[in-house]
Write a protein that binds this ligand. Structure first.
Ligand SMILES: [Zn+2]
Length: 166
């Protein structure tokens, strides 16, 4: 199902203004709640609730404020890029399983190692593209890579939509 594809088990942590900050593991979320640093949030009402059974999707850190996007680039960037792109090659006309992460603008041409310049890529596409930009290699991305903040907002909105539809 769609939920599975989006890699659930992860909980979105939001700040005091309900701005998504980052994804945390369910285990980490529950630890924060038990320690009193965070509260489970009901996505339908945004009310705190104390029920820890069932699926925890949102937790609120009442004392936190979301940090700049660059600070969200924590953890293993490549793993997160793979997850964002659902482990499928990001180049148009290819639906192969991605086994590598490609720099869209290659490092040798000054491309940075950032969320926006990395995409999941299959080995043949990556090797075919080599040290060229997609334009130089005559390749096109299916969609432009989004930063983690945009990705989080999408998931956040999806959770709210589902909760209000239920
Ligand atoms: Zn490919």
């Amino acid at each position: 199902m769609k939920r599975e594809r989006l890699g659930h088990g992860d909980v979105i942590a939001v700040d005091r203004n309900y701005v998504p900050m980052q994804e945390v593991s369910r285990r980490k979320a529950l630890c924060s709640v038990v320690a009193g640093r965070a509260f489970v949030l009901d996505p339908a009402t945004f009310d705190r609730h104390t029920v820890l059974e069932g699926r925890v999707q949102l937790i609120i850190f009442p004392h936190a404020q979301a940090c700049a996007e660059s600070k969200l680039l924590m953890g293993r960037l490549e793993r997160r890029v793979m997850k964002r792109d659902h482990h499928i090659c990001a180049y148009e006309g290819c639906n192969a399983k991605a086994t590598t992460v490609d720099h869209v603008i290659p490092v040798c041409q000054g491309g940075p190692t950032t969320w926006q310049n990395l995409v999941a890529c299959c080995l043949p596409c990556n090797q075919g593209k080599g040290g060229r930009t997609p334009e130089q290699a005559g390749m096109k991305l299916k969609k432009s890579p989004k930063g983690p903040r945009a990705h989080l907002f999408e998931r956040f909105e999806e959770i709210i939509r589902e909760a209000s539809a239920a």
